[in-house]
Write a protein that binds this ligand. Structure first.
Ligand code: XMP
Length: 323
């Protein structure tokens, strides 16, 4: 029968056998999945693992610092940080199509890893052959790899990999659902703030901007997202909702009035959802006072935003993310 202890034991043995005396690198995204995958692989092969954190510029406010400080403090893992913001923004310039964005982000991610790999090899010798990924069971199913269902979105860690990939993959969470991953993380001794973190997609804020992704738009969305997260946390709602994507409709403008002037700004969409495993979801019935506070703060504090709207669609028919 399924226990977190047996999953860990089984995976540790399998990873040791797969890797032998070679080396692995693991991308940390700041999320639960990659953190638990990394901690599991570190348990199996210790210092043969080097973690790489790619700052693709699509992260939320404070996220890079959280990985650099909290995760390293919790695990003692070897970490290499790569600042690749400029490269990602250049690759995404002029691109509005959601699938194209996902493919570009996935491709650039792997390219940056290959660079990091080359640097790690220069440092540690030629045995860096494995790439650890925090792929979960729902990712496998939704990318058509599990039950033969249609490809709904190419998740960047499953469907979007380039064909000239040079690594063998280690995917220790491939059979698990999110709640099981959290239990494994807890059993591995990861701190509560990491284990209970709400999910955040690998392509980051890049798939929460409908339209072209630019530095200005990212900065705008980062501010709005930080306000929404702050107010949800202050209201004690983090455990009640699965996640709350905040989406910028960058190509949409509407007329507003602020002070004694007319504005012509962008709308921000709040997408709070409740879910067990992200395969299906319902929109969260957030208290009106909390919605009001978020709306007031975002329209007051975020430049060029003059409207906040609430997404009241379940999944299906809507997916959780907008792209
Ligand atoms: P959707 O939008 O498909 O999202 O209903 C389901 C869950 O998956 C997250 N998500 C991703 N996670 N890479 C990830 O690691 C991705 O490309 C990706 N796309 C969506 C999403 O945040 C939600 O929790």
């Amino acid at each position: 029968s399924w226990t977190t202890g047996s999953v860990i034991e089984e995976q540790v043995a399998a990873i040791r056998e797969q890797v032998g005396d070679r080396r692995a690198i693991c991308g940390l995204s700041g999320g639960v999945d990659s953190a638990v995958a990394a901690a599991l692989v570190q348990k199996a092969i210790g210092s043969q693992l080097t973690c790489v954190y790619v700052d693709h510029g699509l992260m939320r406010k404070g996220e890079t610092e959280q990985v650099e400080k909290d995760f390293v403090a919790a695990t003692g893992v070897q970490l290499k940080v790569v600042d690749a913001e400029e490269r990602f923004l250049e690759a995404l310039a002029g691109v509005s199509d959601p699938e194209e964005k996902r493919k570009i982000i996935g491709r650039e991610f792997i390219r940056v890893f290959e660079q990091a790999q080359a640097e790690i090899i220069a440092d540690q010798g030629p045995a860096v052959e494995f790439l650890v990924q925090g792929t979960l069971y729902p990712d496998v199913v939704e990318s058509g790899g599990g039950t033969g269902t249609a490809n709904i979105k190419s998740h960047h860690n499953v469907g979007g990999l380039p064909e000239d990939l040079e690594f063998q993959l280690i995917e220790p969470l491939r059979k698990l659902f999110k709640d099981e991953v959290r239990m494994v993380g807890q059993e591995l001794g990861l701190p509560e703030e990491i284990v209970q973190r709400q999910p955040f997609p690998g392509p980051g804020l890049g798939i929460r901007i409908v339209g072209e992704v630019t530095k200005d738009r990212l900065d705008l969305l980062r501010e709005a997202d930080a306000i929404a997260r702050e107010e949800l946390t202050a209201a004690g709602l983090d455990r009640d909702i699965w996640q709350c994507p905040v989406v910028l409709l960058a190509d949409v403008r509407s007329v507003g009035v602020q002070g004694d002037g007319r504005t012509y700004g962008h709308p921000i969409v709040l997408r709070p959802v409740s879910s067990e495993d992200a395969m299906t979801a319902d929109w969260s019935r957030l208290p009106y006072e909390v919605l009001a506070r978020i709306s007031t703060r975002i329209t007051n504090e975020v430049k060029d935003v003059n409207r906040v709207v609430l997404d009241v669609t379940s999944k299906p028919p809507g997916t959780i993310e907008w792209e």
